[in-house]
Design a protein around this ligand. Structure first.
Ligand SMILES: Nc1ncnc2c1ncn2[C@@H]1O[C@H](COP(=O)(O)OP(=O)(O)OP(=O)(O)O)[C@@H](O)[C@H]1O
Ligand SMILES: [Mg+2]
Length: 238
């Protein structure tokens, strides 16, 4: 999962972030190899969303290092970070109510080659194809989540950061999202996933980082996670 130079696709070192005066991340370190699916687990308020937002350059102030394909992005603006090939699918999904499914899909700009075309996306998401002309307001929560994921596959981003894509969805839809993530991985995309549901995370991810109080406190593979549920319960308080 390392490139020819022995570097992971994303390497985050000693990442610190602030919202105004509030110091939220205290030195996060994570690595994500090309083609990997990696999760951030942790309790509410641990700093998972802030980690994704900080990688994307969407916090007030950040320091440390965020290297993508070996290139330092810590000082870069969020639009340049997007153009480098990182995309964020936020928890609130951001589907435009007044636009239909196809219009929502076509909205984010293509930032680099390698994205999927509309036909390929509709082949991957038959539910969305059926609803191509439906406005955003008429979609179920699951359909909106699928659309939010589908939308960034077009842009050419290599690293997809998904913030709690299964939140609030019925188990059968959660399974669909799981299949989608495995399919995305099979197509060579790299995924950094925030999840509260570690049983789900285990079915889609290669490795897991555990966050507490704005820091990474542990890392385990999915295989280790099976034998470490006691340790994980302590971290997550579940
Ligand atoms: N816009 C903001 N301004 C100030 N503080 C914030 C802001 N957003 C988050 N925080 C604080 O930063 C900390 C980390 O929040 P973050 O949203 O990253 O946690 P999280 O791990 O994603 O939690 P959850 O599981 O609830 O989504 C929390 O203490 C939160 O209160
Ligand atoms: Mg969050």
């Amino acid at each position: 999962m390392l490139d020819a130079m022995g570097q992971p696709l994303l390497k985050v070192d000693n990442l610190q972030s602030w919202y105004g005066e509030s110091h939220v991340l205290h030195g996060v370190g994570i690595e994500v190899g090309e083609g990997e699916v990696v999760t951030l687990l942790g309790r509410n308020g641990a700093g998972k969303t802030t980690t994704l937002r900080s990688i994307m350059g969407l916090v007030g102030k950040r320091s440390g290092s965020v290297k993508f394909e070996g290139k330092e992005l810590i000082g870069a603006r969020s639009d340049l970070i997007a153009r480098a090939g990182i995309a964020l699918c936020p928890e609130e999904r951001g589907i435009f109510a007044s636009l239909n499914v196809t219009e929502n899909l076509m909205l984010p700009p293509v930032v680099r080659p390698g994205g999927l075309d509309l036909d390929t996306i509709y082949a991957l998401f038959p539910n969305l194809k059926e609803r191509a002309n439906s406005p955003g307001t008429k979609l179920s929560g699951g359909e909106q989540q699928m659309l939010a994921i589908a939308r960034i596959l077009r842009t050419g981003a290599k690293l997809l950061m998904l913030d709690e894509p299964t939140e609030g969805l019925a188990p059968v839809i959660v399974q669909q999202i799981g299949r989608t993530i495995r399919e995305i991985k099979a197509r060579g995309f790299t995924v950094l996933l925030v999840e509260q549901n570690f049983r789900f995370a285990q079915t889609v991810a290669d490795r897991h980082y555990v966050m507490e109080h704005g820091k990474v406190v542990d890392m385990m593979s999915s295989a280790e996670l099976q034998t470490s549920t006691g340790r994980l319960h302590q971290y997550l308080g579940v």
